[in-house]
Design a protein around this ligand. Structure first.
Ligand SMILES: [Zn+2]
Ligand SMILES: [Zn+2]
Length: 241
């Protein structure tokens, strides 16, 4: 079977994520749009992933726990985890590598931690989008230690894309895949930046409910039909290795 996947979305815990992007609403919209699998990748946190898992399971969507890290160079890197436990263990580690600046909700937006029924459990007090005290190499290596598939986000975007920030794709760390914001850039970038046979990920980077990918247009990934949810998650991650 193939699953229509959107592997980059922000909930209301990301300061830039709309407050309507609750885990329950994302799961509901993913189902309406005909997605089979969805990953939650908030900035420098996975704390809405437990609620996201429960909400997705209720809607029959395969959930993937993730995070969009901001490296010390200000590059965005996506980490997708094979299970919720590993994501939450990594979340605890990342908490120790954050540079603490109080969030200003009036400027950056609120950072809401939710349950799976749209109840606000709390607010994250410190800003989540600023850089971690880990550079690209360390952030990538650390996420991989926790079992993640890690790769640069939206490499065709000026804001926080690896190419816009460094001017090139470095030799190290090695990446098996790269995420694009716009599919049209994939071919030209493969040639211009010598991406060889790297795989490409096309995701929405949704900050609003209407940004979430339409099932018919979403990236499709092959999955064994008889596999457990963990088996299916593993198959999706392995498809990009
Ligand atoms: Zn980003
Ligand atoms: Zn993002």
């Amino acid at each position: 079977m193939t699953l229509a996947c959107d592997l980059h979305m922000h909930s209301c815990l990301s300061p830039c994520g709309d407050n309507d992007m609750t885990p329950a609403n994302i799961a509901g919209m993913a189902s309406l749009k005909g997605l089979g699998a969805a990953a939650l990748t908030d900035h420098n946190t996975s704390k809405n992933c437990p609620a996201f898992f429960k909400a997705c399971e209720r809607m029959g969507i395969l959930p993937i726990a993730g995070m969009e890290m901001t490296t010390a160079e200000d590059i965005h890197v996506i980490a997708l985890f094979p299970d919720l436990e590993k994501a939450m263990a990594f979340d605890r580690y990342v908490d120790s590598r954050r540079i603490r600046i109080k969030n200003r909700p009036d400027i950056f937006g609120e950072q809401r931690i939710m349950d799976e029924f749209d109840k606000v459990l709390g607010e994250e007090p410190d800003l989540l989008i600023n850089a971690l005290s880990m550079d690209l190499e360390e952030a990538t290596a650390k996420a991989r230690e926790y079992g993640a598939l890690a790769y640069p986000a939206h490499i065709d975007k000026d804001a926080n894309g690896i190419i816009a920030t460094l001017g090139f794709i470095p030799e190290n760390p090695k990446y098996s895949c790269f995420e694009f914001h716009d599919r049209k850039n994939a071919g030209p970038y493969r040639e211009k930046y010598r991406l060889g046979n790297a795989k490409f990920v096309f995701s929405s980077d949704a900050h609003y409910l209407w940004d979430i990918a339409e099932g018919e247009e979403a990236m499709r990934v092959e999955c064994p039909e008889e596999a457990s949810a963990d088996g299916k998650r593993r198959a999706i991650l392995e498809a990009f290795l």
